[in-house]
Design a protein around this ligand. Structure first.
Ligand code: SF4
Length: 717
């Protein structure tokens, strides 16, 4: 048999590592990193190397399925399935209005470079605002806080060539994800090592001594949920000691005096005590960060899923800004974007333009659209709440709401109430089991894609267009293609930036990508012609002088922030060594973590990844387990104020006493306690979506959750 080797990039997760795939007899047989790639240099992780099994596993859905009504499925021709789905959607729009049809794009949908733009454009074409993604239950705080803060036209300092990098609740060595200036998501360990060799100091803030903390110069093992406290204390110290960039602040920053006054209660001793760290560590971290010439502080999923995530991200912006961590006139913008359209960069402030409180409103909790999407934390209620605007149909693209949405029991009720649930899913996931139709998707090796999602995450001007490596099976569809199928059947064209998508003729992915990015700095044609990842060294964008008449300043205290800083001071849940929340006493705070061998709920089906563990262990400090009389491997009941789950205890010295650490997006449908060791438990069973939530994004408290823990016997579980 002849083996052919193809250059492409991995889309198992959003790190998009450049790889080589050996194909024999039409099947992928081996994946390795592309050592010639100028950015990735041969890096892969264990997940990416399983792409051959992802292609061949019998667990993969290769034909579309229709629910017989009893949870069993029949095979259905995909064209027939789409005829039935399109007819039902047209009927729902006619009877209940366009808002009755919703889309949710989950983690796997993000790996298809057209699966965000096309569905959203279809929603606009039919007049439906019911467009949801996993971002609003993950890290919406970043875009929200940046929009009301204002932005520096020249861009901010990035990880590469910084003298200091502070990562708050962020573990890139495992998560492969730190946009907004942290280590690039690929080859994270090597990137940290190389920059530290050049002299970078790395500060990690995390309740767990994570894989990244192990490599850091300084680890602040803070109590969960205290990131806003820590940041307020650091900002106070910097301003009090005059360590800030006085020249930059005097021109470009608003409300500095008011901010200084507002953070005064956060004395070093108070801040350190509340965070549970020695005051000397707080001082060292603050001085190390502030005294560096170039630097960046970034937040991860941890603080963004915790209470007051938007405030935390705001304080990170404040910290970077007062230390003047921006590119100055004449400096090179390390990566101005390749798929993005060209734009000049100036040394001035783009006025704040809050990406919320405008556009359509949700029917619950006073929430509304955030950066053009509806808040996913309200989706269950929008399905369950009768009346005008009720959602009756949901198309779920590469997502698994049953283990990802807050409040699993409510999600179960909502999914069952839908008149139409369509899942485009590689596997019969917990959600797909409830679907009316499961549409077989292509896997990444079967489709063209371009590094659109990561375009501005690189620290150099790099992009990669890949053609499909393998032919696709006739029954499968790409995620975006579902919407072309709907447009084709209704005759309503989908408008893209480059023009309308012809509903009468099925477009190729290449044609779609050209319509999505018609004004790319480097054309899709040119990227495609390279046939591999490419560094566009000729792209040299410099920061131009600030424009005359530009007087906008970065907003230190946009509406509500001053009150929030004070509110955090007054809401200390750590009292006399106990955790008190809403007058109830708890023993532990449960925090979320990432695992290297899975990407949310993807990967749990593959044999080599299963060997790394099939459950999401409840990691606890060994002393805590000893005090409870529990040994590693035994079952524990984790009881929160709003729900309970069973976990498999595992001792871990890297966890603070009083903390439990579990991966999210595990488990199955409610009630699968019996197979907790095989499938794990959904931590979302512990979440309430209506009491402790962010008032802008609706995101509930998804980490730092107060819980009580007790040993349970195997048969009782
Ligand atoms: S980090 Fe791993 S899963 Fe993610 S793109 Fe790279 S090889 Fe693939």
């Amino acid at each position: 048999m002849t083996v052919t080797t193809h250059k492409t990039f991995c889309r198992f997760c959003h790190a998009y590592c450049a790889i080589e795939v050996d194909v024999e007899d039409g099947k992928p047989i081996e994946v390795r990193g592309d050592a010639e790639d100028p950015v990735y240099g041969g890096y892969t992780c264990i997940k990416g190397r399983q792409l051959p099994e992802q292609y061949t596993t019998p667990a993969r859905i290769t034909e579309s399925l229709k629910n017989k009504g009893d949870g069993e499925f029949d095979v259905i021709d995909t064209d027939d399935a789409m005829d039935e789905i399109a007819a039902k959607i047209q009927q729902l729009i006619k009877n209940y209005g366009p808002r009755s049809v919703a889309t949710y794009v989950g983690s796997y949908g993000y790996q298809n470079s057209a699966a965000l733009v096309l569905p959203k454009a279809w929603h606009q074409s039919v007049g439906s605002d019911s467009y949801y993604t996993s971002v609003t239950i993950d890290q919406p705080a970043k875009a929200i806080s940046a929009s009301r803060f204002g932005t520096w036209g020249g861009g901010t300092h990035k990880f590469t060539d910084a003298d200091v990098c502070m990562m708050i609740g962020n573990n890139p060595v495992v998560s492969q994800f730190t946009p907004f200036g942290g280590p690039p998501p690929f080859s994270p360990y090597a990137r940290l090592r190389d920059e530290m060799k050049k002299g970078m100091k790395v500060i990690v803030v995390d309740p767990r001594k994570t894989e990244s903390a192990n490599r850091a110069t300084l680890h602040l093992q803070v109590n969960p949920g205290e990131d806003p406290t820590l940041l307020s204390g650091m900002i106070r110290m910097i301003l009090d000691e005059g360590l800030h960039d006085i020249e930059f602040c005097s021109h470009h920053i608003q409300d500095l005096e008011e901010l200084t006054a507002r953070v005064q209660p956060y004395t070093p001793q108070y801040t350190a005590d509340r965070c549970g760290i020695p005051v000397e560590q707080l001082v060292e971290a603050t001085h190390t960060f502030a005294n560096a010439k170039r630097g960046v502080a970034v937040g991860g999923t941890g603080p963004d899923m915790a209470p007051r995530g938007v405030l935390t991200e705001h304080l990170i912006l404040v910290l970077n800004a007062i230390c003047g961590r921006v590119n100055r006139e004449g400096e090179q913008v390390p990566n101005p974007g390749i798929v993005s359209p060209p734009a000049s960069r100036h040394a001035d402030v783009h006025e704040a333009n809050p990406a919320f409180n405008k556009g359509p409103k949700s029917r619950v909790r006073g929430l509304g659209e955030v950066f053009g999407e509806m808040p996913t934390a309200a989706l269950n209620d929008e399905i369950l709440l009768e009346g005008e605007g009720q959602i009756k149909a949901l198309i779920c693209l590469g997502g698994n709401p049953m283990v990802a949405f807050p409040d699993q029991d409510k999600t179960y009720e909502a999914m069952q109430k839908l008149e139409l649930l369509v899942c485009v899913d590689l596997y019969k996931s917990a959600t797909a089991k409830l679907a009316d139709y499961i549409i077989a998707p292509t896997i990444s090796l079967e489709r063209d894609d371009v590094t659109m999602l990561t375009d501005t995450w690189y620290d150099v001007p790099y992009s990669h267009y890949t053609k499909a490596v393998l032919p696709r099976n006739e029954q499968s569809r790409e995620e975006w293609e579902i919407y072309w199928e709907l447009s084709h059947r209704s005759g309503v064209p989908i408008e893209l930036p480059g023009g309308p998508l012809d509903p009468t003729k099925r477009p190729s992915k290449y044609e779609v990508l050209k319509l999505i990015a018609p004004n790319a700095r480097i054309s899709i044609d040119e990227m495609r012609a390279k046939g591999k990842g490419h560094l566009y060294e000729e792209v040299d964008v410099r920061v131009e002088p600030g424009r005359s008449g530009r007087t906008a300043q970065l907003q230190m205290l946009p509406e509500g922030v001053a009150d929030e800083i004070t509110a955090v001071f007054n809401e200390n849940i750590w009292r006399d060594g106990k955790i008190i929340d809403e007058d109830k006493e708890f023993t532990h705070l449960l925090i979320s973590r990432r695992l290297k061998h899975v990407f949310n709920s993807s990967g749990q089906q593959l044999s080599n990844l299963q060997k790394k563990g099939t459950t999401n262990f409840a990691y606890m400090n060994p002393e805590d387990l000893k005090a409870m009389g529990v040994e590693s491997g035994q079952l524990i009941e984790i009881q929160g104020a709003y729900g309970m789950l069973i976990g498999v205890a595992e001792a871990a010295k890297d966890i603070k006493s009083g903390v439990i650490s579990m991966a999210h997006a595990f488990g199955d449908l409610p009630g699968n306690w019996g197979d907790v060791r095989q499938k794990g438990s959904s931590t979302n069973r512990l979440l309430d979506d209506h009491k402790t939530y962010d008032k802008i994004t609706g995101q509930p408290r998804m980490t730092a959750i107060p819980v009580n823990v007790r040993h349970v016997k195997e048969d009782a579980a």
